[in-house]
Design a protein around this ligand. Structure first.
Ligand code: HEC
Length: 129
């Protein structure tokens, strides 16, 4: 009986804790797909060149993402991660289509996880490509 209860609570705790852990850390693999296929695609096209994560330190990225003033304050980074934006480009962008129902906050954490991991002083510094 005791063992059964212990197993049961382990299962319940595991189920309850799993999404919290995923949420806290963000899924950098998902974030990488989105960053490369949405952010970088537009930067290469409209900003003249890719804007690689490795170009800034984690602290610089954190400050940038917290301020959330994209393109010199013309709009926000959050907007380009939002479901509204994803829906607007889903017909022509496979990553936007793939992640179209992802909650905004979750996808933002995934993108942030990739950026932090790939920053100048991150675990695996990386360019966009
Ligand atoms: C629809 C096009 C487009 C998308 C999508 C886009 N950006 Fe940009 N981004 C730009 C342009 C254009 C600039 C350059 C603005 C300038 O120099 O005036 C820019 C500049 C930047 C800069 C340089 C600093 C700044 O704000 O000027 C960063 C960092 C950046 N973008 C991050 C992102 C991230 C992260 C995403 C994806 C979540 C993203 N961008 C999505 C067009 C885009």
């Amino acid at each position: 009986m005791k063992l059964r209860n212990a197993l049961l609570s382990a299962v319940i705790f595991g189920l309850a804790a799993a999404p919290l852990v995923a949420r806290a850390e963000g899924d950098w693999k998902k974030g990488r797909i989105y960053f490369r296929m949405v952010c970088t695609a537009c930067h290469t096209d409209k900003a003249g060149a890719a804007i690689p994560p490795v170009g800034r330190t984690k602290a610089e990225w954190k400050a940038y993402l917290t301020a959330d003033k994209h393109a010199k304050g013309k709009d926000s980074v959050k907007y380009y991660v939002s479901q509204k934006y994803r829906e607007s480009i889903a017909d022509s962008n496979k990553a936007a289509a793939k992640f179209v129902s992802e909650p905004d906050a979750q996808l933002m954490e995934d993108v942030a996880a990739f950026i932090m991991r790939s920053a100048k002083d991150g675990e695996v510094p990386a360019s966009c490509n």
